[in-house]
Write a protein that binds this ligand. Structure first.
Ligand code: PNW
Length: 441
């Protein structure tokens, strides 16, 4: 059955950062450092989902989704990042899981959506190989409690974005600016994925996936220098994370003058263990040109030339629905039979939505965005890509990382002063869309 769903992540919605014995994560530390997040926003309260989850499950039920993708906060389960489980942390996800199941909603749990326990960061974070083993231990604790009821598991969310923003450019937690020095964070996250996959399998998990943020890369011109730059970018953003998982090999990093010296014998076997699906998050394509002076000074073999001639979201991200078709068919072309079923685990857009005088939110740009992207996905499916699910990012307006509460991605408006939730026009549209698609089957 095709899964229509909505997605969130723990630090972006839960708040209650010290409730139930939760420990600090890198995002607590980072968001409290001056100048890191726009206007000093933090996830301290966010959508207060930790307390308001019954209302949010009600919103999911009203939306009529087949599945809900949420993430489990490692610092709730293991406040210090290692050792025995904190029962109160697991209890929270246990209640949520049962409430979803009672509504007939398939829980899809992401185990790591960037909220590393701070003590593990203090020991090196994902630059340290040990973190991969800690992640497997944490995964085992969660699966011991929940693998009997959660059928769908996503080990990591977007290891590329976490490596690139967290460790290379520093715009996300933990805020390190290491450029190519960030590469071990790619391998150690992927090793963590492999070890966690084994832990999940050993506990009978039904479906195991990884979610990669993928972008179709378009060269700025047919000039060989632009083509080479586009290839180098594709290596970094897409193939560095998809190839080891699906093919058991890393792409060459010569264009970066770098090598993954931290890979040990046996790692790639773990990382390439068969999966039940590839989660793909798609927002926009990328247009790449040969490095300009600034990029060259940083040792980067490409420049982001920007996509022009398309509408943009409130974030300034170009709206290119065809890019999702290009991405999905491109994955099929590259990986062939090695490509497992694909789940679009995030797709959506930010708009400056505010309720009008009548209290409704008329987010017609979001409806157009979702409609266009779903159509592009369905064209790829008709051409033979095995797509099994589509999750809107996001159920709720939430803490949008470095942008704080300034970017609203929700199907449901959240007034952060009162925590009042207002379903937007797109919520009603998506509900009807799901009904129409079910009728077609
Ligand atoms: C994803 N980019 O992050 C995350 O999984 C979500 O937590 C986040 O809220 C959502 O997309 C919207 O940003 C991304 O710049 C962050 O290419 C940045 C990029 C892509 C995805």
């Amino acid at each position: 059955m095709f899964l229509w769903g909505a997605a969130t992540a723990a630090y972006q919605i839960e708040g209650a950062v010290s409730a139930g014995g939760r420990g600090p994560s890198v995002w607590d530390t980072f968001s409290h450092e001056p100048g890191r997040v726009r206007d000093g926003h933090t996830g301290d309260t966010a959508c207060d989902h930790y307390h308001r989850w019954p209302e949010d499950v009600g919103l999911l039920a009203g939306l009529g989704v087949d599945s809900y993708r949420f993430s489990i906060a490692w610092p709730r389960v293991q406040p210090g990042g290692s050792g025995p489980a904190n029962p109160a942390g697991l209890d929270f996800y246990d209640r949520l899981t049962d409430a979803l199941l009672a509504e007939g909603i398939v829980p899809a749990a992401t185990l790591f959506h960037w909220d590393l326990p701070q003590p593990l960061q203090d020991a090196g974070g994902w630059l340290s190989r040990d973190t991969a083993h800690r992640f497997a231990d944490y995964t085992a604790l969660v699966a011991d409690r929940l693998a009997d009821r959660i059928p769908m598991w996503i080990t990591l969310n977007e290891p590329f974005v976490h490596m690139a923003f967290g460790y290379a450019t520093g715009v996300h937690a933990p805020g390190q600016v290491l450029l190519t020095g960030a590469l071990p964070a790619a391998h150690h996250q992927l090793l963590g994925h492999g070890l966690a996959t084994a832990a999940l399998r050993a506990r009978g998990a039904e479906r195991v996936l990884i979610t990669n943020n993928c972008t179709p890369v378009r060269p700025a011109s047919a000039d060989p220098a632009d083509l080479a730059a586009a290839d180098a970018y594709d290596v970094l953003h897409n193939r560095l994370f998809n190839d080891p998982v699906l093919l058991g090999t890393y792409p060459g990093l010569d264009a970066y003058g770098a090598a993954l010296d931290c890979v040990r014998d046996g790692d790639l076997e773990l990382i390439s263990a068969p999966l039940d699906g590839l989660g793909v998050n798609y927002y926009n394509p990328t247009r790449i040109a040969a490095p300009d002076a600034e990029a060259a000074a940083l040792g980067l073999p490409f420049t982001d030339a920007g996509i022009t001639g398309h509408p943009v979201t409130a974030f300034g991200w170009p709206v290119v629905p065809d890019g999702l078709h290009e991405l999905l068919t491109g994955l099929k072309a590259r990986y062939g039979d090695a490509l497992p079923p694909v789940y679009v685990t995030e797709n959506g857009c930010s708009q400056p939505d505010e309720p009008g005088p009548d209290g409704t939110v008329d987010d017609r740009e979001r409806i157009a965005y979702l409609d266009g992207h779903i159509a592009a996905m369905e064209r790829a499916a008709a051409e033979g890509v095995d797509v099994r699910g589509y999750y809107v990012w996001s159920l709720l307006d939430n803490f949008e990382w470095a942008e704080g509460y300034h970017q609203r991605f929700g199907l449901v408006h959240v007034d952060f002063a009162t925590q009042r939730r207002t379903p937007k026009a797109s919520y009603h549209w998506f509900r009807e869309h799901i009904v129409r698609r079910r009728a077609r089957r």
